[in-house]
Design a protein around this ligand. Structure first.
Ligand code: ZN
Length: 397
């Protein structure tokens, strides 16, 4: 029997989560035990914790207890047609930390911070879009006019907001950043802003102006390709369903490959080909926005369940949704872990069994036999009202 450090010796815990199967990849921990929370921190993880004086006891028997999920790709800037309200996403998906993937740019980031990031109870980090207007009218292509590219503004915005602005975003589709030389000029501006701000760049691949092998060769360790399982002429696999050598080499040198499911960016054939060729994503994320929350994406647990169906082990899926994104956000000692003393962000997920129809972004369906759903979420030591969500049914259409 392993005994874990008890951080707070007075036993008046605020919350004790009892009897769940704890999965914490940061400690290589997976077994049935109790987790106690006190003053917003993880107070104890142990086989049996005395909960007689705890304010709240959560019975998690038969459920999974893991670090609060970290969604590395969401859109929560409200002055964009994509923007969702962030706080309801937390209990609905067990997500306690989210990264807004560049919905705002240098002209509107301050408003985003003031009105949303600073007001939300859920922790929000953000990327800054190379386009000064961000996705305020994203359907028009925010970098088709080169005058909107604002690399210096990105650097300045990040420097002013170091605590929340952690990187740069560009949506590298030809209909967004332009073709040929213009596409490259925009991409190079985005790369330069990441280097000058000493952060990293997330590149959305779409029908990109440059082939994916050339694109990834321009990236540095720590930069990120999102929508990595997108189907189109620009994808990470070649015509023989093999991962491009340049993509594999990029992953090996530390370029991040993020799922960013979205409504156009996750294709069963591509993800299957990648997995068959021994290529796994670095991180699982949703790309949740107004147009995919009611399908095919729904939430983090649904996206995680798709990878369980594809054969990835649960521990890996949890790691890709907690511990690894915490490292990418440069918060490995605080987030994505249940280590005693760290912030009490906890997702309790339930595994439903039955028949679940999962759709990719190209309306192709597959039937799975299990679905993870958020049962209880603890955010910074508080149980989040509203409980878990089942496919966002509690959110208005
Ligand atoms: Zn996105």
């Amino acid at each position: 029997m392993t005994h874990y450090l008890v951080w707070n010796f007075d036993m008046n815990y605020d919350i004790v989560i009892r009897g769940g199967e704890v999965i914490d990849p940061s400690q290589r921990l997976r077994r049935v035990c109790d987790v106690a929370v006190s003053n917003g921190r993880i107070a104890a993880v142990d086989d049996t914790i005395d909960c007689s004086t705890a304010q709240t006891v959560i019975d998690a028997r038969g459920q999974f207890v893991m670090p609060g999920l970290i969604d590395l790709h969401v859109h929560v800037y409200p002055h964009s047609p994509f923007g969702l309200e962030p706080d309801p996403l937390c209990p609905a998906g067990g997500v306690t930390t989210m990264l807004d993937a560049g919905t705002a740019g240098s002209y509107n980031f301050d408003a985003f911070r003031r009105e949303t990031i600073d007001q939300s109870r859920t922790q929000i980090f953000s990327l800054v879009n190379l386009s000064c207007i961000g996705l305020a009218c994203g359907s028009l292509g925010e970098l088709l006019d080169r005058r909107y590219a604002d690399p210096d503004g990105v650097v300045e915005t990040i420097e002013r907001n170091r605590d929340v602005a952690v990187g740069v975003k560009i949506r590298a589709s030809a209909n967004i950043i332009g073709d040929g030389e213009q596409g490259w000029a925009n991409l190079n501006d985005a790369i330069r802003s990441a280097r000058e701000s000493n952060t990293w760049l997330m590149v959305h691949i779409g029908d990109s102006p440059m082939p994916v092998p050339e694109l990834v060769e321009a990236l540095s360790p720590g930069d990120c390709i999102t929508h990595c399982f997108r189907a189109s002429s620009r994808r990470i696999t070649d015509d023989n369903r093999n991962i491009f050598e340049a993509v594999r080499a990029a992953a090996e040198r530390g370029v991040i490959f993020d799922v960013g499911h979205g409504f156009g960016s996750f294709n069963w054939n591509v993800v299957q080909a990648a997995l068959d060729d021994g290529f796994e994503p670095t991180t699982i994320s949703t790309d949740l926005h107004t147009m995919n929350i009611h399908g095919p994406v729904y939430d983090m647990p649904t996206t995680m369940s798709k990878f369980l169906m594809l054969g990835l082990p649960l521990d890996r899926v949890v790691e890709m949704s907690t511990t690894i994104p915490a490292k990418i956000l440069n918060q490995p000692d605080e987030l994505g872990t249940l280590r005693v003393g760290t912030v009490a962000d906890i997702a309790v997920l339930e595994r439903l069994t039955g028949e679940f129809v999962f759709s990719d972004s190209n309306q192709q369906t597959r039937t799975a036999s299990e679905l993870l759903v958020a049962a209880t979420t603890v955010r910074r030591g508080e149980i989040v009202p509203g409980g878990g969500g089942r496919r966002m049914v509690h959110l208005p259409e």
